[in-house]
Design a protein around this ligand. Structure first.
Ligand code: FAD
Length: 468
C-alpha cells in the first residue's frame, strides 16, 4: 500500500502541488485525440504533482517513491498523444520542466536538461554558433527534449535524418533509477534503446546530449495540386532530389488544407491538395525550378509574405505531423486519426490503394521521411470517426494491404508499437525499477508477462481504477 503522507514528509522542501484542479490538468496529455483513449482515461488523475529543481531532487523523489511504494509518472509538458504521461495508478506526476539548463555547445552537439522546451534549446544553439537540432516534433514550441526522446519518434527533419531510433540521433541520456539508492547512469550507443520511447517506464532522463546540424531560416512553402496523387509523387521526387535542402515534405489531401488550415485558407481552394515544404533559403532557386518542371503551383511562400501575414500565420511545421490533426479537431471535434507506415518501395502505390479504398472517410496525410536509408512515407490520415468497430476495421484494412499501423488508440508501449514485448526495455525495467513504480500500466510485458499479443485481445490495466 502506497504511503503518500510519508512520501510527502521524505521529500520535504521539494515543490509540491496538490490543488485538485491543477493536479488533474497536469495529469493529462493529448489522449483525447483518440475517442477510445478518451473513454478509457478521462477519469485519470494523480494525487500530487512534484516539480524537482535539479537532478538531486529527482533522486530524492525516486528514493522516497521506492521507500513508500508511491507510483511516479514522469512528465515533460504533456503533449504526448497516447496517455503516455498519464498516471494510470494515481500517485505522483513528476514534472521535469525545471531541468532546463543548457550545458556545453560544441560543433555538432549540445548537452541540456531533459525538461527544456525544444524551441528554447534550439534558440540557444542558434545564438551560440548557428546550429540547430537535426529533428524535432511539430510541438517544437511546447514539448520538452526529454519527452521527445521518451515518448516521441521523429518529425520535422526526419526527411534528412530519419527517426530518433536511428543510431546517432541521440548521443547520450543521463538516467536516474528508482531504487533504495537511485543510481545515475550515463547511457550511450546501443544501450540508448533501453530508455528511448520507453514512456519513462524504466528510468527518468535528467540530461541529454543531442547532435546538431547547421541552422537555416527555413522558408515555408505550400504547393497546390488538383490531384492528391500528383502531390504524393511530387513529395516522393522532392525527397529523392539530391541537391535541394528541405526539412519537411507533407502531402495533405483536399479538403483538409482548406477546411482545417483556417489562417491559410485565403491561399487555397477547397478542392486543392497541398504539399507543405520547408526549404533552405539557398535552395529556393533550385526548388522553384523543380516546381516549374512539374508545372506545380506555389500558393504560399513565407519569404514573399507581408509582415502582417507572417504575424498571423502559424509556421509550416504547425500544419504538419500531428498538428494537421489538431487543426482538424479544432474545426470538427468528431474526427480522429491513424499512424501508418507505407513501406518502401511501394509506398506511393500503397497510398494510392488506401485512398482508393477509403476515400473521404479517411482523408490522406503523408509525411516523407528517411527510413532505413530509403525515402518513404508515413501517414497520419484523418479518420471521419463513426464507431470503434469501424475504426478497427479501417486499421485491419491497412494491415491487410501491407501498411503497418502504429495504433494511436492504445496507451501501452506494445499495442501502440510493434505488438510484441521489447525484451531490452523489460530487462532494464527489472534493473532500474524493481518495484514497478515508474509509469505503471504502460508496459504489458511487465504487467502481464503471459499476455498473448496474437490473441487480438485488448490489454486492460487492472490498476487503472486506482486513479479514479
Ligand atoms: P510528455 O507528453 O510529457 O511525455 C511523453 C512520455 O515521455 C511520457 O510517457 C512521459 O512519462 C515520458 N517522459 C517525459 N519526460 C521524460 C523524462 N525526462 N524521462 C523519462 N520519461 C519522460 N511526436 C513526434 O514524435 N513527432 C511529431 O511531429 C509530433 N507532433 C505532435 C503534434 C501535436 C499537435 C501533438 C499534440 C503531439 C505531437 N507529438 C509528436 C507527440 C509529442 O508532442 C512529442 O512526442 C513530444 O516530444 C513529447 O514531449 P513532452 O515534453 O510533451 O512529453
Amino acid at each position: 500500500m502506497a504511503d503518500l503522507a510519508k512520501f510527502r514528509a521524505l521529500i520535504d522542501g521539494v515543490r509540491i502541488e496538490d490543488n485538485a484542479q491543477i493536479v488533474k490538468q497536469k495529469s493529462r496529455d493529448f489522449y483525447w485525440y483518440s475517442p477510445v483513449l478518451k473513454r478509457q482515461l478521462d477519469h485519470v488523475t494523480a494525487d500530487l504533482i512534484v516539480t524537482p529543481r535539479d537532478e538531486a531532487e529527482v533522486i530524492r523523489i525516486l528514493a522516497a517513491a521506492y521507500e513508500t511504494g508511491v507510483p511516479v509518472t514522469t512528465r515533460g509538458t504533456g503533449t504526448g498523444n497516447y496517455g503516455q504521461a498519464m498516471p494510470l495508478s494515481g500517485g505522483v506526476v513528476m514534472a521535469l520542466t525545471e531541468l532546463k539548463q543548457v550545458g556545453a555547445i560544441r560543433p555538432g552537439s549540445v548537452t541540456a536538461g531533459a525538461g527544456i522546451v525544444i524551441s528554447e534549446l534550439d534558440a540557444a544553439t542558434r545564438a551560440h554558433s548557428g546550429q540547430e537540432l537535426r529533428l524535432h516534433p511539430s510541438t517544437y514550441r511546447t514539448a520538452t527534449i526529454g519527452g521527445f526522446i521518451a515518448g516521441g519518434s521523429g518529425g520535422v527533419g526526419s526527411i534528412n535524418w530519419g527517426g530518433l531510433r536511428d543510431l546517432g540521433n541521440v548521443i547520450r541520456a543521463r538516467v536516474v533509477t528508482c531504487e533504495a539508492s537511485p543510481r545515475v547512469l550515463d547511457i550511450t550507443g546501443d544501450d540508448l534503446s533501453k530508455v528511448m520511447h520507453a514512456y519513462g517506464t524504466n528510468g527518468v532522463i535528467t540530461e541529454v546530449e543531442m547532435p546538431l546540424t547547421a541552422a537555416y531560416d527555413w522558408i515555408d512553402v505550400l504547393v497546390g495540386f488538383d490531384d492528391f496523387m500528383a502531390a504524393v509523387r511530387f513529395g516522393d521526387e522532392l525527397g529523392n532530389e539530391d541537391g535541394i535542402l528541405v526539412k519537411e515534405i507533407a502531402p495533405i489531401a483536399a479538403p483538409v488544407p482548406y477546411d482545417y488550415f483556417l489562417r491559410h485558407q485565403k491561399f487555397l481552394r477547397r478542392d486543392q491538395s497541398v504539399v507543405v515544404v520547408m526549404v533552405a533559403p539557398h535552395a529556393m532557386g533550385a526548388f522553384e525550378t523543380f516546381v516549374a518542371r512539374r508545372k506545380a503551383e506555389i500558393v504560399y511562400r513565407s519569404d514573399k509574405a507581408t509582415a502582417e501575414e507572417l504575424k498571423s500565420l502559424p509556421p509550416a511545421y504547425e500544419l504538419a505531423w500531428n498538428h494537421t490533426t489538431l487543426r482538424g479537431l479544432r474545426v470538427d471535434p468528431s474526427i480522429t486519426y491513424l499512424q501508418v507506415l507505407y513501406p518502401f518501395p511501394t509506398h506511393v502505390e500503397s497510398v494510392e490503394r488506401m485512398v482508393g479504398l477509403l476515400g473521404d472517410e479517411v482523408p490522406a496525410h503523408c509525411e516523407f521521411v528517411r527510413f532505413d536509408g530509403r525515402v518513404t512515407c508515413f501517414g497520419l490520415p484523418i479518420v471521419r470517426y463513426t464507431s470503434e468497430p469501424r475504426l478497427d476495421e479501417i486499421m485491419r484494412l491497412h494491415e491487410a494491404n501491407g501498411c503497418p499501423i502504429f495504433n494511436p488508440h492504445r496507451y501501452t508501449l506494445e499495442e501502440g508499437g510493434m505488438k510484441q514485448s521489447d525484451p531490452i526495455q523489460l530487462a532494464f525495467k527489472r534493473e532500474a525499477d524493481p518495484k514497478g513504480l515508474l509509469n505503471p500500466g504502460k508496459m504489458i510485458a511487465w504487467e502481464d508477462p503471459d499476455f498473448d499479443f496474437s490473441s487480438g485481445k485488448l490489454f486492460l490495466f487492472p490498476g487503472l481504477a486506482a486513479a479514479a
